[in-house]
Design a protein around this ligand. Structure first.
Ligand code: HEM
Length: 551
């Protein structure tokens, strides 16, 4: 005892108190890193019993492999190799488990969704790129916000909106036809980067259905919103994504990036390689917000002048949210403390969310489906036979007619199943949970490998990865109506725009397939998906198009 005291006092004698505190902090940090990166995942975690890929380098874990792979494919390979309960260790020892089985997905996405929120890094990235709206809120705030928005996505409203799709679709058909004529007759077909075109038509449709705003990106290359939005989308390379993600996870950064200071000093970010994409992101999202604010202001002014009945007659989502807000205010004199009243600022964030969540996803879904049809001429001809019969007599089929086109429905479901625009999503354990007898510690990351789930051979059979629309006419007994395809996810955070997106895709495909034939640009053309927020074609999907001569 005496010797120990002597040792301690000799140690104390050599250091000042501040040095001792610093030494203690440094020792704690080194131990914490050692514990998190090596001890916990390798020897202590209850999840270490689950099968999975080798832990790899302690600093990066499986991160580099994931970053290099085609989106969703590595996860699919893991499920094939290790079964549905896979554990993988990411950077700095952070553990993740893959959720594939319907029982576990049901708990995470539906019955225990409040205990399995979106992880902060995901909310911050979505908030930066797609507004601080429905995609970023959670818990009670989410429940209230979603309740206010659900009526805008109701079937009667979607029925009323369907006709709005056809203006942009007809413009697209006319533009493609005139470009084909300009390029002279080409028996093999004219090559188009199809993603760029469906992206424009999807932007024009979402602007009209969400805000009643004519963006006209198909015809007007100078439209402010289209330009700002295109610049924002161009940021979405894998490299930029990695830079933004690694910066945004640092403490305090999301709050900093939301501040006016960050916007005013946005040029500073350009000077450092890690933060360089943020300058464009801050600039473009601010420009989009300003345009959205102008649209909103004109709607508010319009409803004040001509009365809210005029706004009420409009079917775009923003007018509906505004009408709901105005009538609630009238009913209550002022909103009761318990009622959820969306402020102007929140409405603007929602507009950004609809643009972000509703545009690129639909455009990617269309591009992939057209590619799959180009590679499967038999399915394409069968679809043409079905849609041409309708389009030849009724060029603008309504909601009910589109819904009744059985093969079109099979094609859309199958395209979204095989190449889902959102190939992976994440949740985290908000508390300790038990899955299949294994304790899942609070903070564990859940990977929901949508692409792997959609093509899981245990459910879909040996041809699970093939595009075969007919399978929807005779579903396998192992098919689960909610959890066997998760292209739109499920549960309270499932896609609010699902029916709208499906109807829009159906209308666009019906008209395009009735007017054009789609072919690969070379034999054996392969899809080239790139990992951004959504999975889109890295080559903008070149396809050859020919006009359909007789219907
Ligand atoms: C083919 C097209 C689409 C696909 C594949 C798709 C897919 C998804 C997925 C997978 C999610 C869940 C994300 C997550 O929690 O991890 C989601 C959520 C969402 N989607 Fe879509 N979406 C599409 C179109 C649309 C459209 C057209 C809109 C609106 C106009 C929209 C609005 C939203 C919103 C607001 C959420 C957040 C819902 C919530 O958390 O309550 N989406 N979507």
């Amino acid at each position: 005892m005496e010797t120990l005291e002597k040792m301690l006092s000799s140690v104390r004698g050599n250091f000042t108190s501040i040095q001792l505190v610093l030494l203690g902090v440094a020792g704690f940090v080194v131990f914490k890193i050692f514990f998190n990166v090596l001890l916990w995942p390798r020897f202590l975690s209850p999840l270490r019993k689950l099968p999975g890929p080798p832990l790899g380098n302690p600093v990066t874990g499986v991160f580099l492999e994931i970053a290099r792979a085609e989106p969703g494919i590595l996860q699919r390979d893991w499920v094939k190799a290790y079964g549905p309960n896979v554990r993988a260790v990411g950077p700095l020892g952070i553990e993740r488990i893959l959720l594939v089985k319907p029982e576990v997905l049901e708990r995470t996405l539906v019955s225990e969704w409040l205990d399995c929120p979106r992880p902060n890094f995901m909310r911050n990235i979505l908030g930066m790129a797609a507004g601080w709206g429905l995609l970023t809120v959670t818990g009670d705030e989410h429940k209230l916000m979603r309740k206010v928005m659900n009526p805008a996505f109701s079937i009667p409203n979607l029925m009323a909106q369907t006709d709005m799709y056809y203006g942009p679709i007809e413009t697209l058909v006319g533009t493609l036809k005139s470009q084909m004529t300009d390029q002279g007759s080409n028996p093999g077909g004219t090559e188009f980067h199809i993603y760029d075109w469906v992206s424009k038509v999807a932007l024009d449709i979402i602007c009209e259905t969400a805000f009643g705003y004519k963006c006209n990106s198909l015809l007007d290359p100078n439209n402010e919103l289209a330009i700002a939005y295109e610049q924002l989308l161009n940021l979405q390379s894998g490299e930029n994504q990695a830079k933004i993600t690694s910066f945004i996870v640092l403490p305090g950064v999301p709050a900093l990036l939301r501040s006016d200071w960050a916007y005013r000093h946005r040029d500073l970010f350009r000077k450092f390689p890690l933060t360089s994409p943020l300058t464009t992101m801050l600039d473009t999202t601010r420009r989009i917000r300003v345009i959205c604010a102008e649209i909103l202001a004109s709607k508010i002014a319009e409803s004040a002048v001509v009365g809210s009945s005029d706004t009420a007659s409009k079917k775009d989502i923003m007018s509906l949210l505004l009408t709901a807000r105005t009538s609630e205010d009238k009913e209550q004199g002022q909103a009761s403390p318990s009622a959820y009243r969306m402020s102007d600022r929140e409405l603007i964030e929602q507009m950004l969310t609809f643009l972000g969540a509703g545009h690129e996803t639909t455009a990617s879904g269309l591009a992939w489906t057209l590619y799959l049809l180009a590679c499967n001429q038999e399915a394409q001809s069968k679809l043409r036979a079905e849609v041409s019969e309708v389009i030849s007599t009724n060029p603008r089929p309504d909601y009910r007619t589109l819904k009744e086109l059985k093969y079109l429905d099979c094609v859309v479901q199958e395209g979204l199943r095989v190449l889902p625009p959102v190939p992976i999503t994440y949740r985290k354990a908000g508390r300790d949970l038990w899955f299949e007898g294994v304790r899942v510690p609070k903070g564990t990351l859940f990977t929901i490998p949508i692409r792997a789930i959609n093509t899981w051979k245990e459910v879909w059979g040996d041809d699970a990865e093939e595009f075969r629309p007919e399978r929807w006419l005779d579903l396998p007994p192992s098919y689960h109506p909610t959890f066997s395809t998760l292209s739109f996810l499920a549960g309270p955070h499932g896609c609010i725009g699902k029916t709208m997106a499906v109807m829009e895709m159906k209308a666009i495909l019906a008209v395009l397939i009735a007017n054009f034939e789609f072919h690969p640009t070379y034999e054996g053309q392969k899809a080239k998906p790139t990992a951004t927020v959504t999975m889109k074609p890295s080559d903008a999907m070149p396809l050859k198009i020919k006009m359909v001569t007789c219907q």
